[in-house]
Design a protein around this ligand. Structure first.
Ligand code: SAH
Length: 242
C-alpha cells in the first residue's frame, strides 16, 4: 500500500449528520480524506459541516452512494468495523493488526473500511461483504464507541503506521542542536565561574565537575539553553564583587 489516499472510509446508513462531520474531522486530523457515504439519513446538512470544523473540504468531496455495492467498486480488500463479536466464519482482528495487513497490500490496492449505523451497526449481509472484521477491543461491558470515535481509532493507527512523525512545528520552537565543543566550553565556563564565586575549591575539586557534566549530558541542551547557562554564569561572576 503506497498511499493513504487508497483507503476509503465508508459510513453506511449514518443517522446523525453530526457524526458524519465528526468522522470527516477525525480523518483529516490523521491525513485521510477519502470518505464515502452510503444512504446517509440526512445529508448534506449544516450540522455535518459544523461538526467537521475545518475539515469541510473532506465533506465537500465525500461521495454519496445509493448502495454499499456502489461504494465498494474497485476495492480489493474490505474491512468491516464491528462492535459486536458475532460468531461468523470471518477472521476478527484488532485495528493494529488490520493496519499491518493493509500495509502489506500491493501499491495500487484499493481498500475499504466500513462503519455501521449508530444504533444497529452493520447488517449480516453487509458484513458478508467483508474479508476481515475489525473490532476495537474496548470495555467488554460497554464496547460500542461513537461512530466518529471508532473512525478516529482506525485513522490514528493508519497514521502511526504510514507516517508516525511528529511535526516539529507542533511541539514548539525549533531547537538548534549543539556539539561536543560547545559542551566543553560550557563546562570550562562552569569551572572558572564556580571558582570565581567560591563554590568550587580548585585545591579540593572532588567530583563536582564530573557530576555537573553528568547532569548536563542528560539534559540534551539546545543552543538557546546553552546561552542561558553562559548568561547565568556571567551574571554570577559579575555580582561576585558587589
Ligand atoms: N450498536 C451498534 C454499534 C454502533 S456504533 C452495534 O452494536 O453494532 C457505530 C459503528 O462504529 C459500528 O457499526 C462500528 O462500525 C463502529 N464501532 C463502534 N464501536 C466499535 C468497536 N468497539 N469496534 C469496532 N467498531 C466499532
Amino acid at each position: 500500500m503506497k498511499s493513504l489516499d487508497n483507503i476509503r472510509f465508508v459510513l453506511v446508513g449514518t443517522t446523525h449528520p453530526g457524526n458524519i462531520g465528526a468522522a470527516a474531522r477525525a480523518m483529516k486530523t490523521m491525513g485521510l480524506s477519502n470518505l464515502h457515504l452510503v444512504t446517509p439519513k440526512i445529508y448534506p446538512s449544516a450540522e455535518a459541516t459544523a461538526r467537521a470544523s475545518g475539515a469541510d473540504d473532506v465533506l465537500a468531496k465525500a461521495v454519496v452512494h445509493e448502495s454499499l455495492d456502489d461504494a465498494l467498486v474497485g476495492c480489493q480488500q474490505v474491512y468491516g468495523m464491528s462492535a459486536r463479536l458475532r460468531h461468523l466464519p470471518v477472521p476478527v482482528v484488532d485495528p493494529r493488526e488490520a493496519v499491518t495487513h493493509i500495509q502489506q497490500q500491493g501499491d495500487d490496492a484499493e481498500v475499504a473500511i466500513i462503519f455501521g449505523r449508530e444504533h444497529s451497526g452493520l447488517t449480516n449481509e453487509e458484513l458478508d461483504r467483508c474479508q476481515h472484521l475489525v473490532n476495537i477491543p474496548a470495555n467488554a461491558d460497554y464496547s460500542s464507541l461513537n461512530l466518529a470515535a471508532a473512525v478516529q481509532v482506525i485513522a490514528y493507527e493508519l497514521k502511526m503506521s504510514f507516517d508516525p512523525t511528529i511535526e516539529a512545528g507542533r511541539i514548539g520552537e525549533k531547537r538548534e542542536s549543539i556539539n561536543a565543543d560547545d559542551l566543553e566550553h560550557l563546562y570550562k565556563h562552569f569551572e572558572d565561574s564556580l571558582i570565581t564565586i567560591g563554590f568550587l575549591d580548585p585545591e579540593q575539586p572532588k567530583n563536582l565537575m564530573r557530576r555537573l557534566r553528568r547532569l548536563f549530558n542528560r539534559a540534551e541542551l539546545d543552543r538557546n539553553e546553552l546561552q542561558i547557562l553562559h548568561g547565568i554564569l556571567r551574571a554570577a561572576e559579575k555580582h561576585r564583587g558587589e
